[in-house]
Design a protein around this ligand. Sequence first.
Ligand code: V55
Ligand code: FE
Length: 528
Amino acid sequence: MATEIIPIESKTWGPDGHYGLRSKWPVALDLAGSNLPCRLEGEVGSLVVFGDIPKEITGVFYRVMVDPYVPPDERNVPIDGDGSISAFWFHDGKVDMKMRYIETERYKLERKAGRALFGLYRNPFTHHPCVRAAVDSTANTNLVYWAGYLLALKEVALPYAVDPITLDTIKYDPFAGQVRAKTFTAHPKVDPRTNELVVFGYEATGLGSLDVVIYALDQDGVKTNEFWFRSPWCAFIHDCAITPNFVVLFLWPFEASVERMKQGKQHWAWNYDRPATFIVVPRRPGCAAEYGWKEKEHQVYEWKNCMPIHTAGAWESGDGMLYVESTRVHDNAFPFFPTESGEMPSSETKGDFVRWAFDLRQPTGTVIDDPEVLLDVPCEFPRIDERFLGVRYEWVFLNVFIPQRSDDSRNIFQGLNGLAMHNNNSGETRFFYAGDDSLCQEPIFIPRSAEEGDGWVMTLIERKASNRCEIAVIDTEDFERPVAIVQLPFHVKAQIHGNWVPAARLALEDIVKQDEVLVSGRGALEPL
Ligand code: V55
Ligand code: FE
């Protein structure tokens, strides 16, 4: 993170740390070591594969990383910086790779200027006056394929639509004219039963506003069930969960203040007096009536101060309970956004994976019971077999610190060096250890049969010693050992989120069968 200065000698070569020469890049943890700026655009056909990639794996693994194109402001935070896509095309046991920046307004303006014009994360008062009217999205958080577009998402703004094949940036705000919101979550959820994309936006009418909107987009991108309400304070609302009848928003105890932004400071400050808060919102009129809720009513539930970061899934019990599973950090997990007075989280901060229980018959404002701890290790990026999004599921896949390889502290600031596959019914957990000096990223799941959890899990692995990255393909029948390793010929920065899109959904199956190499340099694929 930009706030911590590292000794430059440990990361450079030459008798005096690159002979005493300095680059124009801020010396920051998110721009050094495994996070060195990558900024590569290009294509590699047929990556080296160890083992065998099952032939049934046909589609694209999309990932997005935060990779500032120009040296950022000294106070840059790790979640800011231009979004760059890595797309891995799996077909016939082979993998082709392509990397492109999302050509946001911000990226184009700064690239042209050759220097940073945007200042702090989500703080227009720190931007150069000539770019204050520009879209401030870096599109760096998630990639979701919907209505024929690859949506490059950043929660501060609306989506950028990207061509899923060429990775060309098509336009900003592809669903224009339907909802007056200025923001769109980086974690919309696909409801597999209704084939809708469930969306929310917060700070939705402008900087520091309390307005929140939820709605759905059908498979053609047409909006339904728009519903507006107000947040109890201007909170950081990153992830959500869906059930057939509800959306649950996760409010982190950060607080935005336009006054503080005007002073040239960060958008967010952690507030130890705020509880983690959950807003439960009906997805359609009348669907909460059986719990005694009035029309247009939503409920706010609270727990203690903590940071419930990413959700796995959620379900309704049928007798008035709603359960959501998420990772939880017991303190502020973003030390680059300390409190207003500069108080940082404890370096001993713990993390786990928990199940939150909400009794929908309880009134708004209820403080809920402590969640049940399902996995007591530092973990992040929980994902499930997403055909089960919204209903009770058995299997959770997540990025973890392998207990046997840990210092036993459960400290979240250790690197996550493996994956877990946890069974919610039996309580059994299986681990994949990425290896010494290696870190794992968010797993995605690819189904093989109709049975939940039968298939493969993929993750990007960083090999620190050789300064390279690989993709591990793991069969869920034999989780400890990958069936294939796909080697990248270089290192890419750790990425945040990604998704698997089967070739059938991209309507590419026939093309994929004909072409050995899918990179556009060989003329294989044109936009559909
Ligand atoms: C997160 C990441 C973001 C962001 C807000 O991991 C929250 C959480 C990469 O950008 O803007
Ligand atoms: Fe996220």
